[in-house]
Design a protein around this ligand. Structure first.
Ligand SMILES: O=C(O)CCC(=O)C(=O)O
Length: 265
């Protein structure tokens, strides 16, 4: 159960970190699952320029361990408390930054969800589960505190010559340097660091991005983006691994729902 202080922090800053949600054995089991799913060969996997996989959208559709994670009580209950409603998963993804793993440009997740997937309102949470320690040296998420209060500040950035145009970048809405400058002048810019096993809950309108990882340390995160069930995507342009078709409320399991997969290793 979140405290009033935590709820206030989420509302005011735009995010909240919960420490020690998953223990080492759960982190190891989830990391194994994520690495296996990244071996998939379909279009749901995004690759670095050298062909190595770094993202898989819709992870919970492809692996029962990752699906079980989305039902973990810490994830479901905390999101329900913040959104004051039952929730569905609009999108999930694995995001791995190896050494030299590439940048994620400044953006708001809600930008694409609203303009492409037809999610009506900026009500939703980007949940990140940390499977590696993330410090200031291995390309942490960078985010502008309070930027969710500005609404949508991103604009379309269409470059049909980019290699990932069809799969990714035709759906991209970037934030100009000028906009970033004024947002950061007013609000500052923060790196989001946490130990493996932590969970980040972030308003999905917060402006965020990350740099190239030039450190020797891997940075593996799992994302689960949830919305209240009365805020469903209304257009179905993108495949299900990008944008939900199933709007059933996510039920919280007991913590054993995930532990059974640890025991089975
Ligand atoms: O993990 C990151 O560095 C950023 C991921 C992200 O913001 C996204 O996939 O929308």
């Amino acid at each position: 159960m979140l405290t009033d202080e935590q709820k206030h922090e989420f509302k005011d800053t735009g995010w909240l970190i919960l420490s020690d949600v998953f223990d080492n054995s759960e982190v190891e089991m989830l990391s194994e699952a994520a690495l296996e799913v990244l071996e998939r060969t379909g279009p749901e996997v995004g690759r670095e320029a050298d062909g190595s996989p770094h993202v898989c959208w819709g992870m919970h559709l492809f692996d029962e361990r990752l699906k079980a994670l989305t039902h973990h009580p810490a994830i479901v209950e905390s999101s329900r408390e913040i959104l004051e409603n039952d929730i569905y998963i609009h999108q999930s993804r694995i995001n791995m930054k190896q050494t030299n793993g590439s940048i994620v440009a400044w953006h708001q997740d809600f930008g694409t969800y609203h303009r492409v997937d037809g999610v009506p309102d900026p009500r939703g949470i980007m949940i990140a589960v940390f499977l590696d320690d993330v410090t200031d040296v291995n390309a942490p998420l960078l985010a502008v505190p309070g930027s969710h209060k500005e609404g949508l500040v991103s604009t379309a950035n269409l470059d049909p010559s980019s290699a990932d145009f069809e799969q990714v970048s035709k759906y991209r809405y970037d934030i100009t340097t000028e906009t970033m400058r004024s947002l950061v002048k007013a609000n500052g810019l923060t790196s989001i660091t946490a130990k493996a096993g932590s969970v980040l809950l972030m308003d999905m309108t917060v402006v965020h991005g990350s740099t190239v990882n030039i450190s020797p340390f891997r940075r593996l995160l799992l994302y689960i983006n949830v919305c209240p069930v009365d805020n469903r995507g209304e257009s179905f342009e993108r495949p299900e691994y990008y944008a939900a078709r199933d709007f059933s409320p996510i039920e919280a399991s007991s913590p054993e729902g995930l532990r059974q997969y640890v025991a089975a290793r």
